[in-house]
Ligand binder design. Structure first.
Ligand code: HEM
Length: 316
């Protein structure tokens, strides 16, 4: 147990990857007081976070809340973030990025599973019947940040000063500035088929070597790797990064092996473009081969407002 002083800041979208994470997606119920209960719970998240994280400041606790498009107006009474809309299904010839419901996302992170658990317990006590749970996934770190396919996941994330410029909305939408778009997708893997592929083929699909994580060259033509399909440039040729905090989840006993994808971005169109390239293919028809072994069960978009916006939700 450490007594160091670690700042407990709400809405830290750039919080470090931890050993444990909970991805909780809920929708508001139709009860007359639901919206008010949600507003006051969100406005008080700061104190709730303090209650729990003070018990072990070294646990790197962080909770980020995202608000969905359908409920944004009711919860915030604020202008809508310019790009905010519900997750748009992407239907490719073989695979579909499904769109599933969700009004609120709580991305809870800590080095300790019990800290995540305790925060979620106190949070659900406060939300009570104002919400119903759509999905509650417990993620864990797998060795050296590998996904369950065996590859190191998160390498190309922005670091240092390039994190805020990739992740936080700025002057282009002043009402939403300091906030971030979030897209989540819960994938399950067909691990038996994946393991049947020679490692060299797995590496071509991902675009990196498996053991030592070295980037492979982009294919000159034809089938592109996951890494190449997810490298997005705008019309000026500028590359736009997103911040991914994917976590493995699952249960060998139940035969469940998954990756919870979560991407934070300043520009929602960048993640949407990635999904189009993965599911429709680029060139069209040549979809991301990762999808032949990984199926998204969910797909939902949120906007995480800045901490000050969140704290003000209960003020009127
Ligand atoms: C089954 C789900 C997924 C798995 C297991 C997975 C795994 C990986 C791995 C192993 C890498 C290479 C190392 C790295 O840079 O992190 C990678 C790169 C990346 N992935 Fe994924 N990924 C998944 C889904 C997605 C989705 C849905 C998106 C976007 C919508 C995405 C966006 C990216 C990006 C932007 C990169 C970095 C590309 C670059 O090198 O610039 N991934 N992913």
């Amino acid at each position: 147990m450490s007594n160091q002083r670690t700042p407990i800041e709400p809405q830290r979208v750039d919080a470090p990857l931890t050993q444990s994470a909970t991805f909780l997606v809920v929708t508001a119920t139709k009860r007359p007081d639901s919206i008010q209960i949600i507003r006051s719970t969100l406005a008080g998240l700061d104190s709730l976070a303090k209650n729990v994280s003070i018990r072990d400041l070294s646990s790197q606790f962080a909770c980020t809340v995202g608000i969905g498009s359908d409920i944004w107006d009711n919860i915030t009474n604020l202008p809508r973030p310019a790009e905010l809309h519900s997750f748009r299904e992407v239907k490719g010839a073989k695979h579909t990025a499904v769109s599933t419901p969700g009004d609120l996302l709580f991305h809870i992170r800590a080095e300790r599973r019990d800290i995540c658990f305790e925060f979620e317990r106190q949070l659900m006590d406060q939300l009570g019947d104002s919400v119903s749970v759509i999905d509650d996934t417990i993620g864990f770190r797998y060795f050296d940040v590998r996904d369950l396919l065996g590859f190191v996941d998160g390498t190309a994330n922005p670091v240092g000063p390039s994190v805020p410029s990739s992740v936080l909305v700025a002057e282009e939408d002043s009402a939403a500035s300091g906030g971030s778009y979030i897209v989540v997708q819960k994938y399950t893997h067909d691990l038996a088929s994946w393991k049947g592929l020679p490692v060299e083929q797995q590496e071509k699909i991902i675009g990196r070597t498996k053991f030592d994580n070295v980037e492979l060259d982009d294919a000159v033509s034809g089938q592109r790797s996951h890494k190449t399909l997810n490298t997005i440039e705008d019309e000026q040729g500028d590359e736009h990064d997103i911040l991914r905090d994917n976590m493995p989840f699952g249960s060998p006993g139940a035969g469940e092996f998954g990756t919870y994808f979560i991407g934070y971005t300043r520009r929602l169109w960048v993640i949407e473009k990635m999904l189009e390239r993965m599911f429709l293919g680029d060139p069209p028809g040549l979809h991301d081969r990762l999808l032949d072994f990984s199926t998204p069960l969910t797909g939902t978009t949120f906007f995480a407002p800045s901490a000050s916006v969140l704290a003000s939700l209960d003020s009127d």
